[in-house]
Every structure is written in structure tokens, then in C-alpha cells.
Unconditional design. Structure first.
Lengths: 140, 177
């Protein structure tokens, strides 16, 4: 019975070793929060529609390790983002930075709303100018 | 008629963009930020002999092909025969970066399949892979004699891609020396 228990406990210990490395990296909660925020905003280039926080492929693990190292070395979020963009391009960041190249991504939604509003205004204005008894006249 | 014209044009334009998107090729292929920039410096122990190092310094002065490979990479096996042919033709020195692999298995692979590389750097922890922006082996970089990256290809190489994308970018057209 005791043997069985030892076996059971050691099996549990072994299986934790296979878990995706999502555990705590820092003792300081502020640094841990920064780390988690950063890794959730970096695209896993190997699996592309996941962040490196959610992925267990080797490249994601390597990038998590590098980001942890850079936080440890006291680098800022901007420096870490720059590190990634230099190597993988703007595509690596889920939240593109506001640079000349990515500006269109940020202003496009506002342009679309503006355009839609303009189109709507035109339609409404056109309909307002129609005779009000138009429909009823047809029904009669 | 006129009220349908603009929506029709809009849908047609959308369709053109969608078809263009479909014909874009490999959706995983990203534009490499390294094209036209100096190749990231590195120096690593070679795969076959940990005492000896290989790196950008050894590549300088010549066109060089840097091929990122690993034994776990299926498409690397597919491009391997072509790399052997290319090495035989002596058109360009081929350097390997053995990325995130096991040394004994990688050595066995080269012994079994043949070794097209002048030397393979052994990138055990993937650090150099990150510096080169590698995200999916096989990846192949063309570096010019000044050490500038002039082309990068994602996926297996073959004679057609070699002629069209690599040889054409070299001053001598990739002729054998």
C-alpha cells in the first residue's frame, strides 16, 4: 500500500514536468504581471494564431525565455518589442505599434465609420426629400 | 440600374482582393526584416566538433548560403538531396545552422544522408535562431560577400527556386567556380 502510494505520488510529480511552461517566472508580482502581459501580446510565429503564452512549440518557449531574461535585465517593454520587431517584423506583435507603417491599422476604423456615416447621411437626406405620402399613394 | 452599380463595383473590387490573397502563395511566409541588412553576427561550436567554431566571420568575403535545419523538420529531409547537388556543383559554400536539435541525431542524419555543409553550427538553445528571426525550418538565407542578407526563403529549396530567387541575385549568376 505504501509502495503504491509512493508510485502514485511520483507519477504525479513526473507528469507535472511535461506541463507547458506557464508557471511563475518572477518573485516580484509586478514583474510577473509585465511578463504575462508581454507574452500574451507576442504572436507565436510557428503557429501564427496563438500567442507565445498559449503555445508549447519550441520557438514560443525560447521566446518566453528571452523575454523573461530581458525583463530580468531591466529592459523596457519598448526595448523588448523592438527586439522582436527587428527579428520577426511588425507581425510578431499582436498590438502593432503606432509607427508610420502601421498607422493605417489605427486610423482605418475611424475612416470606415466616417465613410459609413457619410453614406448613411446621404441616403437619409435623399429619402427625406421624397414626398411623404409616396407609399400610401401607391397602395391606394 | 444606377443604384446597383456602386455596390456591384464594390463587390467586384472585394473579389479581386480576395483572389489576390488566395494567389499570394504560402501564407506563413513573412517578409524578412533582414533583407538588405547585415547578417546577425554569431559564432557557435560546430555540430561535428564542439571544439571548433563556425560563424559569420568565417563566411565573410564570399557569397554564402545559410540553411537552418533540424532532424525533426520533415521538409528538411525533402530539400536535402538538392542541397547535396548544390554542394557538388560548388556554386556556393553552404553553412548549416542546426536549430534546436540533438547532436547525436543530427550527426547520424548527416552520416546517413550525406553532408552538404561546409560546417553546421550547433544552435542548441535556439538563441542564434532567434537572432536570425527563424520561425520555421527549413529556412535559407543568401548572404553576399559583404555580409549583407540579400534573400531569404522559407520552406524547402529546389532547383527552380534556386535559379529564380538565389542564383539570379548573385553577381556571377550562381555559376560553378
Amino acid at each position: 500500500m505504501k509502495r503504491l502510494l509512493v508510485l502514485l505520488v511520483s507519477t504525479l510529480l513526473v507528469s507535472t514536468a511535461f506541463a507547458i511552461d506557464k508557471g511563475k517566472k518572477f518573485d516580484d508580482p509586478a514583474m510577473q504581471a509585465r511578463y504575462e502581459q508581454l507574452i500574451s501580446e507576442v504572436r507565436c510565429l510557428q503557429c501564427q494564431n496563438q500567442s507565445i503564452k498559449d503555445s508549447n512549440v519550441t520557438l514560443a518557449a525560447d521566446l518566453r525565455r528571452e523575454i523573461a531574461r530581458m525583463i530580468d535585465e531591466g529592459q523596457t517593454d519598448e526595448e523588448i518589442a523592438e527586439f522582436l520587431v527587428v527579428r520577426y517584423g511588425e507581425f510578431a506583435l499582436y498590438r502593432p505599434r503606432t509607427t508610420g507603417k502601421t498607422m493605417i491599422l489605427w486610423i482605418a476604423p475611424f475612416l470606415l465609420v466616417l465613410f459609413g456615416g457619410f453614406a448613411l447621411a446621404r441616403v437619409v437626406k435623399h429619402r427625406m426629400s421624397l414626398p411623404i405620402d409616396d407609399d400610401t399613394a401607391e397602395e391606394r | 440600374m444606377n443604384r446597383y452599380l456602386w455596390p456591384l463595383i464594390a463587390v467586384a473590387a472585394l473579389l479581386v482582393f480576395l483572389v489576390m490573397g488566395l494567389r499570394h502563395g504560402d501564407p506563413r511566409a513573412l517578409p524578412s526584416p533582414f533583407i538588405g541588412k547585415p547578417a546577425p553576427q554569431f559564432e557557435l561550436p560546430t555540430l561535428k566538433n564542439p571544439e571548433v567554431t563556425v560563424g559569420t566571420e568565417k563566411m565573410a568575403g564570399n557569397y554564402a548560403l545559410v540553411n537552418v535545419w533540424a532532424t525533426w523538420c520533415v521538409m528538411c529531409r525533402a530539400e536535402h538531396p538538392f542541397l547535396l547537388d548544390l554542394a557538388d556543383s560548388k556554386s556556393i559554400p553552404i553553412y548549416g545552422i542546426n536549430w534546436r536539435d540533438s547532436r547525436p541525431e543530427a550527426i547520424r542524419w548527416l552520416n546517413d544522408l550525406g553532408d552538404p555543409y561546409l560546417a553546421s553550427a550547433y544552435d542548441e538553445d535556439g538563441r542564434v535562431g532567434i537572432d536570425w528571426g527563424v520561425y520555421g525550418a527549413p529556412e535559407t538565407f543568401l548572404v553576399d560577400p559583404e555580409g549583407t542578407v540579400i534573400y531569404k526563403h522559407l520552406g524547402p529549396l529546389d532547383p527552380v527556386i534556386w535559379e529564380r530567387e538565389f542564383a539570379s541575385r548573385m553577381a556571377d549568376g550562381g555559376q560553378a567556380k
